[in-house]
Design a protein around this ligand. Structure first.
Ligand code: FES
Ligand code: FES
Length: 160
């Protein structure tokens, strides 16, 4: 067992965890932040478990909870600010970027970081950016449209 300190969505947690506990299990089971999903039995291929670790999109099933010690995490629950959805979340709602929604939290986290680094992407670049996220409903056309719309809105408003 090891005690870790981690800040998640602005809240600081001090928790004692088994050293082999996966970060995704810590987030979901210990902290009940169940917006982060597990879609591929911890194989690192589906992207449903994507979170931000110090601002970088990572697959939380590929990390141990103890590796998050001293770091800042954002989960999908932290994307909306003050009850306001982010531009990307609004675009997914408006452009039908989700069907069952299982893949959506991971895609939102991945594409939020993607748009920070590439605020004016081409559709091909968006598709490339989505390569680590599987959507079993295969709604990729609407997902790309949603990311495109969010990029356009961010460019227009210069905001989040
Ligand atoms: S559960 Fe982490 S990549 Fe699938
Ligand atoms: S919307 Fe169902 S898995 Fe993507």
């Amino acid at each position: 067992m090891k005690t870790i300190n981690v800040t998640i969505n602005g809240t600081r947690y001090e928790e004692t965890v088994p050293v082999r506990m996966l970060l995704v299990d810590f987030i979901r089971e210990r902290l009940a932040l169940t917006g982060t999903h597990v879609g591929c039995t911890y194989e690192g291929v589906c992207g449903a478990c994507t979170i931000h670790l110090d601002g970088e999109a990572v697959k939380s099933c590929m990390l141990l909870a103890v590796q998050a010690d001293g770091h800042e995490i954002t989960t999908v629950e932290g994307l909306a600010k003050g009850g306001e959805l982010s531009a990307l979340q609004r675009a997914f709602r408006q452009h039908h970027g989700l069907q069952c929604g299982f893949c959506t939290p991971g895609i939102l986290m991945n594409m939020t970081e993607f748009l920070v680094h590439n605020p004016t992407p081409t559709d091909d670049e968006i598709r490339q950016g989505l390569i680590g996220n599987l959507c079993r409903c295969t709604g990729y056309v609407h997902i790309v449209t949603s990311v495109r719309a969010a990029a356009d809105e961010l460019a227009r408003t210069g905001g989040a």
